[in-house]
Design a protein. Structure first.
Length: 179
């Protein structure tokens, strides 16, 4: 169940501007998502990004968007990212581990996790990079995903699992990101 950079992909779910005033610990969660995106790019892990109804909820927040150069944002109306146009194709076949982060834990992140698990993927939910509008819904979503078979992790745990060893140029870049 350890993450492997040759098998993993990062899915960033709906980290959009309209959630800023309502989502718990928004700034902390977004900062953690930004670190994950940067770390994934350093390690060569593909990054998939979704936006739920961007016309109404806005685009991906600038704190994350600034690290998405060249990465297409998949627009969706479905709650599960798996149903988003282009998501299954972007999640290459050899990428059977999906690292999940984003908003909201009990809706879009949860439904994405459930669909990925049903499709036989290994799901790792980054606990310190997911949130909801209420603590109860955040905890419910995290608990539901774990109960369904997802593994809970953290930003640092995930990045160091993907990294595997110290003493490399990548290690120095990851170390800089998490400080």
């Amino acid at each position: 169940m350890k993450l492997d950079r040759g098998r993993a992909a990062l899915a960033v779910i709906d980290v959009q501007e309209a959630f800023r005033p309502a989502v718990l610990e928004f700034d902390r969660v977004i900062a953690n998502v930004a670190v994950l995106v940067q770390g994934a790019r350093v390690l060569g892990v593909p990054v998939l990004v979704t936006e739920q109804y961007p016309k109404g909820l806005g685009e991906t927040v600038p704190e994350v968007a600034e690290h998405l150069d060249g990465i297409e944002r998949l627009q969706k109306m479905s709650f599960s990212a798996v149903a988003a146009n282009g998501f299954p194709a972007a999640l290459e076949n050899e990428r059977d581990q999906v690292l999940l982060c984003g908003i909201e834990a009990h809706v879009c992140v949860n439904q994405t996790a459930e669909d990925l698990l049903a499709a036989g993927r290994e799901v790792h939910v980054v606990r310190d990079a997911v949130s909801s509008r209420t603590a109860e819904n955040r905890e419910l979503g995290v608990h539901k995903m774990e109960h369904s078979g997802a593994t809970l992790t953290s930003v640092e745990t995930a990045l160091f699992e993907l990294l595997r060893e110290a003493g490399t140029p990548e290690f120095k870049e990851i170390q800089r990101l998490i400080r």
